[in-house]
Ligand binder design. Structure first.
Ligand code: ADP
Length: 457
């Protein structure tokens, strides 16, 4: 058998046998509802005529900063359609939010990195998770899978963990309205060059990284119930509002570090440069960080490494030497112990510790990602193995060759500057059913999988 196929098969068996060793994972902070609407030409045209075509078209030339009226909403959707480009704007006015709610949706999905990871780790892998849900409405609660997924509540001064479905109370709904259109979608005399989406986010809580009282007042107690933590959701903050949540997060990291609980930051593209810089300053408190090529390049930019940033975005597949150099820069600057990089075709992990379990966890993550791409959702850990049938990406052969030549890599493992570099070529699904949340699937599977294997040694 091909070396990689053999490694894939044994990694899957090992992680599956050991994932039950993980006592608990804390997931904070962003959970929301994704409401997906597939746009229809007639419906959209009628709505635009009714809202005022001239005004609406103006916004299709230039996006507003945020949405405060219905013409702005419809114009921003048109902006995306015309260019085949994704965009996301905050919806401020309540009358526009009400309009969106009445317009409705075709499908509701769990949204936010925390929500997605909760359903994967708790609902699919059966790993107990404690989840930060900024607002728990009935609609939101219904999107959680069955399984050991818990939200904390305080009753008579005591901390209680319940499944979101058993949470008493109905808080606000944080809804991200996703307006999807296919390639060739025609409206008036526009035609979309690509399939894509416009997102109008009616969500005051995740945007400002609202942190619940239970997590402010009882964090120590919550943390004592878990082995690992994964944090995300810092990406929407701005230079105006980041200070307060960052202070709370720093406090949380202090508690986690005192208890020797490794914390992983799931990085996401953060448009505000001040916030990106502040995240960089927070990285020394994390054990691990997960990111893709665009995100790594954006970090190199704020570190003053413009040349490296450009190299990371210049080639397909991404140049692994540029990635390794960027990861080394980041690790040395921040002291973060593990960096997990993922791109279309391969993953790399740079760690200040050694062992094949790091590579094996990446292989497990690649199977989970392929399973998600193929089926749209990972139904159960047993079905992850079916992704074994998806072929290993052949286009990545030269990447492996380069790593062998440059760093003497063998079997996906090399020693670089006192760090271990682990590499895996991934399985690529030719016609994916969905790619939403694959990044979160990859990072959380690898981080938790690695810990499951490590504690079994
Ligand atoms: P998102 O934020 O949408 O999750 P990311 O860029 O973080 O996006 O993650 C996307 C990752 O998913 C890519 O880096 C790649 O490794 C993986 N991926 C994308 N398409 C496929 C596919 N068809 N089959 C397997 N893996 C895929």
């Amino acid at each position: 058998m091909h070396m990689w196929e053999r490694l894939y098969a044994s990694a899957f068996e090992k992680v599956k046998a050991n994932i039950g060793n993980v006592r608990g994972v804390l997931l904070a902070y962003n959970t929301n509802i994704d409401a997906i609407k597939y746009l229809r030409k007639d419906d959209l045209e009628t709505r635009i005529e009714r809202a005022g075509k001239e005004e609406t078209l103006r916004y299709s030339d230039e996006l507003p900063e945020k949405i405060t009226s219905v013409p702005q909403l419809l114009g921003s959707i048109l902006w995306s359609v015309k260019r085949g480009k994704a965009s996301e704007l905050f919806v401020e006015s309540c009358s526009t939010r009400f309009y969106m709610k009445r317009w409705g949706w075709d499908e509701l999905r769990m949204g936010g990195q925390v929500g997605i990871m909760a359903n994967l780790l708790g609902g699919v892998y059966g790993v107990p998770v404690i989840v930060h849900v900024p607002q728990l409405s009935r609609l939101q609660a219904g999107l959680f899978k069955e399984g050991p997924i818990y939200v904390p509540g305080v009753e008579d001064g005591k901390l209680r963990l319940v499944h979101p479905g058993d949470f008493k109370g109905d808080e606000e709904s944080c809804i991200h309205y996703i307006y999807e259109f296919p390639r060739g979608f025609r409206i008036f005399d526009f035609e979309s060059p690509r399939e894509n989406r416009f997102i109008g986010s009616a969500d005051d809580y995740n945007a400002t990284l609202f942190i619940r009282d239970e997590f402010r007042e009882r964090f120590d107690e919550i943390a004592s119930k878990v082995d690992l933590a994964i944090m995300s959701g810092l990406q929407a903050l701005t230079r105006e509002n980041y200070r307060e949540p960052f202070e709370t997060i720093r406090g949380h990291l202090e508690v986690l570090n005192e208890k020797n609980i490794p914390a992983h930051l799931e990085f996401a593209f953060t448009p505000d440069e001040t916030v990106r810089n502040e995240i960089l300053k927070l990285l020394p408190e994390f054990w691990s960080v997960g990111l893709n090529e665009v995100e790594l390049a954006s970090i190199m930019e704020v570190m003053g490494e413009k040349g490296l940033a450009e190299k990371l975005l210049a080639k397909d597949p991404v140049d692994p030497i540029a990635v390794t150099e960027a990861m080394l820069r980041l690790a040395k600057e921040t002291g973060v112990r593990r960096i997990h990089f993922h791109t279309y075709g391969y993953y790399l992990a740079l760690t200040d510790y050694r062992g094949e379990f790091v590579r094996d966890a990446l292989l497990f993550a690649a199977l989970a990602a392929a399973s998600k791409a193929k089926l749209g959702d990972v139904p159960s850990i047993n079905e992850v193995v079916q992704a074994m049938g998806v072929p290993v990406n052949e286009k990545v052969k030269p990447v492996e060759g380069t790593l062998a030549e440059e760093y003497g890599m063998r079997g996906g493992i090399a020693e670089v500057d006192n760090y271990q570099l682990a590499f895996v070529p991934t399985k690529i699904v030719a016609k994916p059913k969905s790619t939403v949340g694959i990044g979160d699937t990859i990072s959380s599977s690898a981080f938790v999988g690695e810990f499951a294997l490590e504690v079994s040694f």
